[in-house]
Write a protein that binds this ligand. Structure first.
Ligand code: ATP
Length: 202
């Protein structure tokens, strides 16, 4: 088994790459999916959130009041860090649990850990190699404007609040350039997969 950490900033095309890798037979562990489930009803993040933030961030039916929670973390960095710590700890534990399970099953293929905050939380140490998806600023902005109906200014604010691309590019083992068409993108992924499979004898 080989574990690839996949990351990329907003609008870079990380989900497009992840979908393609899934179609090519890779097993995907999706950090966003784990973190969404963690705060969903019955999720493992609810108890630590209650302990840290109190009952005020919960609705009467016991579900997390996401609006209240976002208001708190938006205006206060310490609260934001606390919430991130709770959720990231759960994501990392779940990732390890899934990897352990795959090892027990003697899984021999490629596992992709799809994690937007791979480098921000030092999670690259858990993977065998990291792939960073990037694209020109113009491609990222215009794709997100089209996809999410956000203004160019809103997209730029999001991009500027993330770790800069040059920094992630330095940390990554491989950079995938998604500034052009999908064929260009898929060719790069095919080469990376070919290299990985030859190296690992998969
Ligand atoms: P986010 O982190 O914001 O969710 P992402 O990095 O996962 O974004 P995607 O959702 O994969 O990015 O791509 C953003 C948008 O751009 C999507 O609508 C996707 O279909 C489109 N897109 C991705 N790559 C290309 C490409 N090479 N050419 C044209 N459109 C693309």
């Amino acid at each position: 088994m080989i574990i690839v950490g996949l990351t990329g900033g907003i609008g870079s095309g990380k989900s497009t790459v992840s979908d393609y890798l899934k179609r090519k037979g890779c097993l995907i562990i999706d950090a966003d999916e784990i973190s969404r489930a963690a705060t969903a009803p019955g999720g493992p993040a609810l108890e630590p959130i209650l302990r840290e933030f109190g009952a005020g961030v919960f609705s009467e039916d016991g579900t997390l009041d996401r609006k209240k929670m976002s208001e708190i973390v938006f205006s206060d960095t310490i609260s934001r860090n606390k919430l991130e710590d709770i959720v990231v700890t759960i994501v990392i534990n779940e990732f390890h649990a899934q990897i352990e399970h795959l090892k027990e099953e003697d899984y021999k293929g490629i596992v992709v850990f799809d994690a937007p905050l791979l480098f921000e939380f030092g999670m690259e140490k858990y993977v065998d190699e990291s792939w960073f998806v990037t694209a020109s600023l113009e491609s990222r902005v215009s794709r997100v404007v089209k996809r999410d109906r956000m203004t160019r200014g809103e997209v730029m604010d999001r991009i500027n609040s993330q770790m800069p691309s040059w920094e992630k590019e330095k940390l990554a083992d491989y950079t995938i350039n998604n500034s052009f068409d999908l064929k260009w993108l898929y060719d790069q992924i095919d080469s990376l997969l070919y290299r990985l499979k030859s190296k690992e004898g998969i």
